[in-house]
Write a protein that binds this ligand. Structure first.
Ligand SMILES: [Zn+2]
Length: 96
């Protein structure tokens, strides 16, 4: 199960979220901050999760894993999140 780390842009609180599947993690909306409730959170590289998964790997495999983790962390820029939220808002408006 993928563990993703998020950082709240409002209070800078960092937290992790465990997703049931990779698909769910990729498609889900970013979670709101458990500390201040703000939805202005960004996904960041989870060093803990990455390091945990590196056990038993060769150095070159570890390097590849880190590259994947860095790529993963960069695929959800704030503009994309805003886009998603705007689309979601529009959908709610149309439904009512
Ligand atoms: Zn917060």
């Amino acid at each position: 199960m993928p563990i993703y780390e998020y950082q709240c842009q409002t209070c800078q609180h960092r937290f992790t979220k465990l997703w049931r599947t990779m698909t769910q993690a990729e498609e889900a909306v970013v979670p709101s901050c458990p500390q201040c409730g703000s939805e202005d959170t960004l996904r960041v590289i989870s060093n803990v999760a990455v390091l945990d998964s590196l056990g038993g790997m060769t150095p070159s495999e570890q390097g590849a894993m880190r590259q994947i983790a860095e790529k993963e962390a960069s695929i959800l820029p704030k503009s994309k999140i805003d886009e998603f939220r705007a689309a979601k808002k529009k959908g709610q408006k149309d439904a009512s």
